[in-house]
Design a protein around this ligand. Sequence first.
Ligand code: AMP
Length: 286
Amino acid sequence: MTATLRLAVPNKGRLKDSSISRLKEAGLDFEQTDRALHAQVRNVDMELLFVRTEDIPEMIADNIAALGITGIDLLAENGGDLTVLAELGYGYCKLVAAVPRISKVEKLEDLAGLRIATSHPNATRTFFAERDIDVTVIALRGSVEVAPKLGLADAVVDLVSTGSTMMVNGLRPVDNLLSSQAVLATSPRSQAERGAELDRVVTALDAVTQGRKKRYLLLNAPATATETIAAVMPGMGAPTVTPLADASMVSIASIVDADSVWNLLPQLKACGGRDIVVLPVGQLIP
Ligand code: AMP
């Protein structure tokens, strides 16, 4: 008998809430309490391990979990030969090299010979070594952005999403080392041994990611407006057009980009559309 599939999930921090809600939206029925270290999924033979986001690459590499949700930045830092199975579309951030505003450094090469404080020492060392830029990396656990002020370093490599924390600390970005988001990751061993099970998790989570980018749009319109409305909301191929009991009217349904709904609604109204309903799409497999 194969062992229960174990999936490692962030137990706190920035990736926790989105990870839990995506797994639920994917159809997994489980309960997450703040103290529980693991949860048995009720409707699928799967166990969730709740651990620190930064420990997840190691748990996958050590085969404690067959797969896990973590950040691309943490895979770069600690991920060895792990594989990304799916990009999950949240936890977006960048690993950025930055210097005090008054620094003379303009580009990455100018950092040669300088001290860089970071909580991503492995990723930073690899990045600069690959470019033959000789830097001294100072590993810090937190408060990286204050290191230049304290005289600990000449520059920092840190995660940013908006960049405002860096600005507040008087830092100026020099360049991006990598772009990150939450991903589903696995090891070559789990991929070889449990590929079919992993595929099922990927399909379900990808369907959630795709679904969240879409809306189901439903409206009534005069039959004479069908072509105009179909041109405005072609959806995934062509919209579904259903005749109504009143022969002069039709019902039109389509899947549209969530981003387009704002502009679509007034256009549809102008074309004669009414009783317009916009619904979320739970999961979508294109
Ligand atoms: P945690 O330390 O548990 O809050 O998780 C940190 C992870 O969240 C990072 O490794 C990134 O993958 C992700 N993340 C997304 N945006 C940010 C940000 N602005 N700062 C730090 N981490 C971020």
